[in-house]
Design a protein around this ligand. Structure first.
Ligand code: AMP
Length: 364
């Protein structure tokens, strides 16, 4: 038996627990909400992420603690890590929490990224616009997700009140990237430094939220993406699964952001890979040998956002797998996903098209 403590109790924790069943793993989820969706598969301790007493008891009850949520105070993570093995390391969470720290890390590792400036006032913004130009994307440094806490500035009139509009909080300004497409590299690093990377996922976003991910074995930028993510994993002495999102532009990659956890763009791996991101994350944090990461068949993941499509109609499409997270539907909320499996790329496109016709997503 393996006792795993998880900070966060959302769908990522729920799918981690589903992957842990084969290891007879027992899960405890620390989450402040009333009935987090991961509680279906484990014990729920209702407390705030940074509640030191709750974190201490989570450490006492677990062989290893991990995170499905990264916005936990760095000192709380450091304290937790002094009580029991806790992965990924505090430094990785701290870096990913702050877009400026993240971009500074990319720069220090010679990983190309869009032009970027640190913004602490409207006058910083005016000066940065003069340098970077328009269009540009203004983002909050902390707590942004799924395109929230950001604004695209297209014309001069969009700039004048933008600092206040985003809440007069620390920001970054990025040059707008006219990308060919977006990809994410998902990799896992074990306690001994062994690293494996899944095939790159080609990702389509709508309103800043992930709509669809399609793994592409043999993508021409695979080796480059693996090189970049390995630099980050090594620098952070990372253990567990990490996702690295990139913009693909004219045969090159520009770094967007890292997530120090299992990631939405890797959900296809549950059915579509030799080992899923969830299972390999557990193997890594528990110190077990890692599984191989190849794609088994052509497949895709489509997000279900804000409203469920008619389930039985989706299930009637051959090769579909249904994932309802059991969360109350709300506009803009990820409440499930559908994996589509096929025997050829052509068949996959047909099946994706059939599923897309049924989706009733409400992006808010
Ligand atoms: P983020 O939360 O930074 O990952 O942004 C969410 C999505 O917004 C990205 O996946 C892109 O589709 C889009 N986006 C973010 N930053 C930029 C940028 N600098 N240029 C163009 N599109 C962007």
């Amino acid at each position: 038996m393996l006792r795993i403590g998880v900070v966060g109790g959302g769908q990522l924790g729920r799918m981690m627990a589903e992957a842990g069943a084969g290891f007879d793993a027992r899960f405890t989820f620390l989450d402040p909400t009333d009935s987090p969706c991961a509680a279906l598969h484990g014990r729920h301790v209702q407390a705030n992420w940074n509640d030191s007493a709750a974190l201490e008891s989570l450490a006492q009850d677990s062989d290893v603690v991990t995170f499905e949520f990264e916005n936990i105070a760095a000192d709380a993570v450091a304290h937790l890590a002094s009580q029991c093995p806790a992965f990924p390391p505090a430094k990785a969470l701290e870096t990913a929490q702050d877009r400026w720290a993240e971009k500074s890390l990319f720069r220090s590792l010679d990983i190309p990224l869009p032009p970027v400036a640190k913004i602490d006032s409207q006058s910083d913004l005016d000066a940065a616009i003069a340098e970077i130009g328009l269009p540009a994307v203004l983002k909050t440094r902390t707590l942004g997700y799924d395109g929230k806490g950001q604004k695209v500035l297209r014309e001069t009139k969009d700039v004048s009140d933008a600092f206040e509009e985003l809440g007069s909080v620390p920001l970054v300004l990025e040059g707008f990237v006219d990308f060919d497409h977006e990809v994410s590299a998902i990799a896992v690093r074990g306690r001994g430094g062994e690293t494996r990377t899944w095939p790159l996922s080609r990702n389509e976003h709508r309103k800043g939220m992930l709509h669809c991910s399609i793994p592409e074995p043999g993508h021409p930028l695979q080796a480059l993406a693996e090189d970049y993510i390995s630099r980050v994993l090594t620098e952070l002495d990372y253990v567990g699964v990490m996702a690295f999102e990139f913009f693909a532009v004219e045969g090159a990659l520009l770094a967007n952001e890292i997530a120090p956890r299992v990631h939405n763009s890797g959900h296809w791996s549950i059915e579509g890979a030799a080992t899923s991101q969830f299972e390999n994350h557990l193997r890594a944090v528990a110190g077990l040998p890692l599984g191989t990461t190849e794609r088994l068949v052509p497949c895709a993941m489509l997000n279900v956002i804000g409203a469920l499509p008619e389930r039985d109609a989706v299930l009637k499409i051959p090769g579909t797998r249904w994932h309802d997270y059991g969360k109350a539907p709300r506009p803009g909320r990820k409440i499930g996903h559908i994996t589509v499996l096929a025997f050829s790329d052509e068949q996959l496109s047909e099946r994706i098209e059939a599923v897309e016709k049924l989706l009733v997503n409400d992006l808010g």
